[in-house]
Ligand binder design. Sequence first.
Ligand code: GAR
Length: 228
Amino acid sequence: MLRIAVLVSGKGSNFKAILEHITAGRINAEVALLLSNVPAAPAVAIAREAGIPVWAKSHKDFPSRAAFDEAMLDAMRESGVDAVILAGYMRLLSPGFIRAYRGKILNIHPSLLPAFSGVSGGADARDYGVKLAGCTVHFVVEDLDAGPVIIQAAVPVRDQDDTPTLMRRIHSLEHRVYPQAIAWFAENRLVAEGRVVRLLPGVDEPAVAAVIADGLPALVHPPLERGF
Ligand code: GAR
C-alpha cells in the first residue's frame, strides 16, 4: 500500500476529505506522516485526532528553506514515505525536496492552471472577472504551479459572487477531485508523457453522471469515478 506524506499549512479541509476516502477504502494508501510548517494549524489537530503521526515545526526556527525541507525529508524517510500530497501547503519547496520525490509529489490549486498561479488563485480569478473558475490537481515541478495536469474542474462564477462564495464552490470540488487523483496515483494509473498525463483505464467504474458544486453544474475531466 502506498505510504503518503501530507503537507499542510492551514485549515485542512482537503486533508480531511482525503482521510475520509482512505477510511472508506476508496484510496489504496495510508497517511504515514502529516507534516506542517504551522504547528497551530487546524489541519495538524485533525491529524492528531485521527491518530496520524505528526511532524509540525515552524519554518521560522530553521536557517533556510533548504534546511527546513531537509528536516522534512529526514522525517519522511524515517516514516517510509513513498509519495507526497500537498494539501494547502503554502510554501515553495526547495529543488532538493522536489528532486528527492520527483514525479511523486501532487498539489491542488484553486484555479484552472496555468491561469492564476500563486498563493491566492481563487481570489485572483474572481477579481479578474473570469466566468469559469475551478481547481487543478497537478504533479509538482520546480516551477511554481507549473507541473503536468492530472485533473481539472470548472465551475461558473456568478455576478454576485464574492471571494468567499466562489471559494466555497471551488472547495466543494477540490474535496472530490483531489481524493480521485490520489486514488488514480495509488493505482499506478497516471502516466506522464512530457507535459501530458494519461489516465490508464481501471476496473470498469462508471463515471459520476453529473457534478453539482454548490448548486451549480461543474465540468470535471477526466470524469470522476463512482464514490468520488
Ligand atoms: C485549498 O483551496 C488549496 O487549493 C489551496 O489552499 C487551500 C487549502 O485549504 N492551495 C493553494 O493555494 C496552493 N497554492 P484546506 O487547508 O482547507 O485544504
